[in-house]
Ligand binder design. Structure first.
Ligand code: FES
Ligand SMILES: [Fe+2]
Length: 342
């Protein structure tokens, strides 16, 4: 097997779990190379520590919550949200609590139904990413969680890749009539965006059912550091549809993706929601299947690829992520028009 090194980009918030997954019992989640225990105190506030008891290394996530602390299931050491040892049930009388080393606490924020954990050496310097239009008047959002078995940059490229759609999702997005489309690729700061300047409205059952005919389509695909993809479709101000995905690396080839499907359409949610849930699940499952094969291939053959102009975002995603992971100087902003056939 080829060896890979997981590119972890520090200095960002990552989704560890959906808020609804964290109930009375502690849970373990791996986030960008850290194995964490998460739990809630009595007030419902979430906490995260590295999932290892300082005493004999037991997984704290196998324990329980006692007096707002997570209690180790082996000998009962109890730690608070800062990782301070608060209790040892078997301590002899007169014996003081020992100083513990190596307990690491991570900042957690519950925002927009998700538990975000700060991965970084310093204190948080920014807020978690906000899913656009979540909770706004006239907009509806639902979240999907999906596990992919491929490297995170391959997942991100897939979510923003146009030419795979007719092969992997036949009949769902586009028909096979190829067309030359003018695009503008703009990389600036922490993101890179492709604007499709004169794309024909999409075909396929999804777009046909929810978007109006004869209205000009506005379409952008965007990557945002460290691991977010955002796709926008707009057909006038009253038909808008967004697919925003946040990736968390559990392991090198295990990526959990939280996708927010968000829309504003002049159709009853009672109809749009079940349809979009079915449609998006079908589309995403097709990507899960193709990426699982790609991931397995990469384990055997490694990572060396060929590119053409239509691979608009892959190399930018790779460059932005590599620079951020290495803490190198920021890449120069750029903008260029590219004509592609899709
Ligand atoms: S291993 Fe945790 S209390 Fe002993
Ligand atoms: Fe896809």
């Amino acid at each position: 097997m080829k060896s890979f090194i997981m590119d972890t980009i520090k200095g960002y918030w990552y989704i560890a779990a959906a808020g609804s997954e964290l109930k009375a019992k502690p849970i373990n989640r791996k986030v960008e190379g850290e194995s964490l225990v998460l739990w809630r105190d009595e007030a419902g506030n979430p906490h995260a520590l590295r999932d290892r008891c300082a005493h004999r290394g037991m997984a704290l996530s196998a324990g329980k919550v006692v007096n707002d602390c997570v209690q180790c299931p082996y000998h009962g050491y109890a730690y608070d949200g800062q990782g301070r040892l608060k209790d040892i049930p078997s301590l002899c009388s007169g014996e003081r609590l020992p100083r513990v080393r190596g307990m690491k606490s991570l900042p957690v924020i519950e925002q927009q139904e998700q538990l975000w954990v700060w991965i970084g050496e310093q204190e948080p310097t920014r807020k978690p990413f906000e899913f656009p239009h979540y909770g706004e008047e006239g907009w509806t959002t639902f979240f999907m969680q999906t596990r992919f078995h491929a490297p995170v940059d391959m997942c991100l490229e897939n979510f923003l890749d146009v030419p795979h759609t007719i092969f992997v999702h036949p009949g769902l997005f586009r028909n096979e009539d190829q067309d030359t489309v003018q695009t503008r690729v703009t990389r600036s700061g922490e993101s890179v965006v492709v604007t499709f300047l004169d794309e024909k409205p999409m075909e396929g059952i999804g777009p046909r059912l929810v978007f109006p005919k004869g209205v000009k389509q506005k379409h952008t695909d965007r990557f945002i550091l460290p691991s977010i993809s955002r796709v926008d479709y707009e057909y006038g101000s009253d038909h808008q549809f967004l697919i925003v995905s946040q990736c968390t690396q559990r392991e090198e080839f295990v990526v959990d993706v939280t996708t927010a499907i968000t829309w504003k359409l002049p159709l009853p949610t009672l109809i749009t929601k079940p349809f979009l849930k079915w449609y998006c699940r079908k589309v995403i499952q097709q990507d899960v299947d193709i990426l699982e094969i790609q991931g397995a291939q990469m384990k055997v053959f490694g990572r060396h690829f060929t590119h053409t102009k239509v691979d608009l975002l892959g190399r930018h995603i790779h460059a932005l992520r590599r620079n951020a992971a290495q803490g190198s100087r920021k890449l120069k902003d750029m903008s260029q028009e590219v004509s592609i056939r899709i």
